[in-house]
Design a protein around this ligand. Sequence first.
Ligand code: ADP
Length: 469
Amino acid sequence: MFFERINRFRRSLVFRLTLVYAATCAILSIAAFFIFYRVMVSDMIAHTDDDLTEELHELSSLHASKGMAALREGINRKAQSVGTGDIFVRLLTKEGKEIVSSDLGPWQGIGISRIALKRVTQDEPVFETLKPPGWRHTARVIYGLAGPEMVLQIGHSLRDDEEILEDFGQDFRPVIAIVITLAALGGWLMARRALSGVKKVTQTAIAISQGAMEKRVPLTGRGDEIDRLSQTFNHMLERIQALITEIKEVTDNIAHDLKSPVTRIRGLAEVTLSTGRSLDEYQTMAASTIEECDRLMGMINIMLEISEFEAGVATLNISQVNISTLIEEACDLFQPLAEDKGLVIKVKVSPQLLVSADRSKLQRAFANLLDNAVKYTPSGGTVTVSVKKGEKGVIISFRDTGIGIATDDIPRIFDRFFRADKSRSVPGAGLGLSLVRAVVQAHGGDVQVSSSSGAGSLFTVVLPHESST
Ligand code: ADP
């Protein structure tokens, strides 16, 4: 259990981010230390070289102005004033033979570089860093000319400088440990804070998977990436819930709307089974049964057709269709029906408007819209159908002076099986407009409605036009 928790923590993003943060801080601190250390070392050497150069000039000037005895005295004075353990001075011939030197006690065995003796010139002294025999520290040595055929060799111990550097190195260790600990702590807090939003999304997803469909991720209001993720997640949940509700409604509607014809068919069959019926009655019952079955089949076929359109798998027989004549023909077809009902159909068509479309599918869609306009307009009303060229395509509108649609119902009228309450007295299955929308959208078009209760309706279809003359 304990090890499992440790393992889970080790796999967590918080742990990995903390590790990356701490490692980055450690690497940067160590790099900063080394850069600082190198700068210190070169500064110290430069400083020592300046001292050595100054001492070289001092002693060689002494030799030049006052001679060998003064130089000898100067060498001893220098060694005593600085300390024989910290400095030595030696006068050499160009071949490396010692002429005179300070107390070389602590510098026993200190070598003479033949290369340095060869390279040294009047203007260019030669420097070298070396470790005297038995020493823990290094020393910096200068070779410079002190007269014709004479070279001054002066050495400075770097012990003090190196001790400072060692102290610095030792002090740095606890400092870096503190920096890494603070970095890990800071990284952990930051990672936890940054990922707390992700945790909330996970918790919400878990709650939803356990059935709490109404759960949503709380927003922090910071407007950061996590807030945007939570917002998108919440929108997705709203959409899924809306889809589930829609599917449930459609299923309920399907069950309800298919139940009525099946019940009627069953009723007819039961009556047929009862005895003492005449042949005419049997024939009427059989005809009614066939009619109900056809209605049922018709509904099922439309449902399948709408599903195919919505899934994008419906096949369209595309050709160039003259919408103007198509609408005129459709209106002619509905003319007798409208006359029977005491309605007037007015047609306003701009000629020769062409679209690329499936002619028979469009015919059905327009027939549905015309059928509705006639169906839901009481006697004495007018249905006006117009076709004109618009900016986005050919605009076909169906305006009626009928019962209209309540504002609340408008968003739902394209849903499968939806029927407004006041239109239930008129026959219909509630599938016509769903098919219209599916067909129009499959052609890359759009259908809109504007209506209000009692004030008639206007359905507008826009189809992208291929060419017009
Ligand atoms: P229906 O078979 O019921 O006509 P539709 O899908 O064609 O099915 O229409 C859905 C609903 O939209 C109708 O039941 C009706 O309430 C409303 N509707 C459609 N067209 C009109 C219209 N022209 N006037 C008033 N209401 C309409």
